[in-house]
Write a protein that binds this ligand. Structure first.
Ligand code: FES
Ligand code: FE2
Length: 392
């Protein structure tokens, strides 16, 4: 597909006008302009506005359990390494060698040190340059000046967050009521048992949106999971850069009808209605999860292009469940249900992407069963408008 030219002043004017029409109340608001889902030339603006400002959630911090556990990501166009140090602290570094810039690590795994594959400059897990072969001719060369560029990293409520800001906003203010609302699910106690990475042919926002609305269930999941979900509660009125909505369920939401007897125990912190139901949460901009009474499944979505996204899927369970003898076998039923729903969603997302790419697509309106999508639209519009204002 040919890249479109950079946005013209007329197209930016129209974008501003359409973003301005997105209000805080979904029932009175328009949706995000279709070009924000389909136009590659708007990606730099999105990256700058949403992914390189404030805090971005990286996933469950327990994913990096042992010293040396690492993962390489790209967030907002920044190649990044997240690694647990010898002292047990989670750290985030630019994945760029301080010699001549090579990417250092790829994928995920465990390492004792970070060695550049190009000329073997080698850094310890705190990012300090330790080995630098044949540098004896370099004048005034102090290796202490050539440690890896480090970013702010914060862990709260079992999750890890990174910020590229020089002076990031206080994380507790950013998260607001998140900790209190999610305390019963004890996110910090969850053990990651499945981590998968894959690419999908749709915009990163549509992937997360469909996860946060009940509207599509009868049409997209008629025979698999629709039966599980009666009407949800309205979204919580909470402070913080996220939206969350609890809904009771008819059975274990993470199991298909035929596997309900495989349900794992209810989490120890859960009481009352929370013992049979799911909290769907979207931490803005690009991480979402469903916290059920017995399990958690999570998606992080990163744009590769307007119509292609990299997805990290995480599934986690309370540590007491993971310790059960038959855990592995019962967990398989959970993975099957999570994959089945995803397989049903994806063709619809691809179809939605084709429609959104039309020059005649226009911003739509929100129904009663998608308030969280509407709340994200407002957050998105505010951030994009602020970035457009900075850019003139
Ligand atoms: S670019 Fe890393 S050692 Fe040369
Ligand atoms: Fe779905």
């Amino acid at each position: 597909m040919a890249m479109r030219a950079a946005p013209t002043s007329t197209s930016l004017e129209r974008l501003r006008r359409d973003l301005d029409r997105i209000g805080p109340q979904p029932e009175a608001s328009h949706g995000i302009p279709p070009e924000c889902y389909a136009d590659d030339t708007l990606l730099p603006l999105e990256r700058a506005a949403l992914l390189r400002r404030g805090w971005v959630a990286l996933g469950l911090a327990g994913r990096w359990r042992e010293p040396g556990d690492y993962a390489a990501f790209e967030i907002g166009g920044v190649p990044l390494i997240v690694v647990r140090s010898r002292a047990g602290e989670l750290k985030a570094f630019a994945n760029s060698c301080r010699h001549r810039g090579s990417e250092l690590l790829a994928g995920s795994g465990n390492c004792r040190k970070i060695r550049c594959p190009f000329h073997w400059w080698t850094y310890d897990l705190d990012g300090r340059l330790r080995v630098y072969p044949r540098m004896e001719t370099a004048r005034d060369f102090d290796p202490a000046d050539y440690g890896l560029v480090e970013f702010a990293l914060a862990c709260r409520d079992g999750l890890a967050f990174v910020s590229f800001d020089d002076d990031p906003p206080p994380i507790d203010a950013w998260l607001g009521d998140f900790g209190e609302l999610h305390a019963p699910w004890r996110l910090a106690d969850l053990v990651v048992t499945r981590l998968r990475e894959f690419d999908v042919d749709c915009n990163w926002k549509t992937f997360i949106e469909v996860f946060n609305e009940y509207y599509h269930l009868p049409a997209v999941h008629p025979d698999s999971i629709n039966w599980l979900y009666p009407e949800p509660d309205p979204p919580e009125k909470a402070s913080g850069e996220f939206v969350t909505q609890f809904g009771p369920t008819e059975g274990a939401a993470a199991l298909l009808a035929g596997a309900q007897e495989e349900a794992l125990p209810v989490g120890e912190g859960l009481e009352g209605r929370y013992r049979l139901g799911t909290r769907y949460t979207w931490i803005f901009p690009n991480l979402t999860f469903a916290a059920s009474q017995d399990s958690l499944w999570m998606y992080q979505a990163m744009p590769l292009a307007a119509n292609r996204s990299r997805i990290v899927q995480t599934v986690a369970f309370p540590s007491a469940s993971v310790a059960l003898d038959d855990f592995e076998q019962r967990a398989e039923h959970y993975y099957r249900r999570i994959d089945a729903a995803l397989d049903e969603d994806l063709p619809f997302l691809i179809r939605q992407q084709r429609g959104l790419a039309s020059p005649f697509a226009r911003p739509g309106r929100f129904g009663a069963l998608e308030p969280c999508v509407g709340k994200f639209a407002f957050w998105y519009a505010q951030r994009m408008l602020a970035e457009l204002a900075i850019g003139g």
